[in-house]
Design a protein around this ligand. Structure first.
Ligand code: SF4
Ligand code: SF4
Length: 124
């Protein structure tokens, strides 16, 4: 087994810009926008892409880890490509602004109010 250095993020200086995540070929970095990011050492291949992309220079190679097999590395790279090219599970359709649809909506609301009034009047 080979021991390699892996990326380490100095969380004090991470501004959560996400640039490191975008360039990591194996999805070894986790974090959310505007929040600090961290590295999963087992997934890091020491490629240094993140180090070059980080605007605050808060990533260094230091944490020793066990090198993963070429097969495992390729699997991670493939998974990332699949994630990047996958269609979203939910297609969000843009809100329609057509006048016709707006009129139908208004009519549906008016009908619903009329039905509620009729029920109220029947109950009295
Ligand atoms: S060194 Fe490469 S593999 Fe490791 S976290 Fe940075 S971009 Fe990802
Ligand atoms: S590129 Fe640097 S500052 Fe930006 S999220 Fe990654 S570690 Fe943090």
């Amino acid at each position: 087994m080979t021991t390699v250095l892996t990326a380490y993020i100095d969380e004090q200086n991470c501004i959560g810009c996400g640039k490191c995540i975008r360039v990591c070929p194996t999805d070894a970095i986790v974090g959310a926008r505007h929040l600090l990011h961290t590295v999963i050492p087992q997934y890091c291949t020491s490629c240094e892409n993140c180090i070059n992309a980080c605007p605050t220079n808060c990533i260094i190679l230091q944490t020793p880890s066990i090198a993963m097999s070429k097969y495992a590395e390729n699997q991670l790279k493939m998974k990332k490509q699949i994630r990047l090219t996958a269609k979203p599970l939910l297609e969000v359709k843009p809100a329609t602004t057509s006048a016709v649809t707006g009129d139908i909506r208004k009519q549906q609301v008016a009908d619903a109010i009329a039905r509620a009034k009729a029920r109220r009047n029947q109950a009295q």
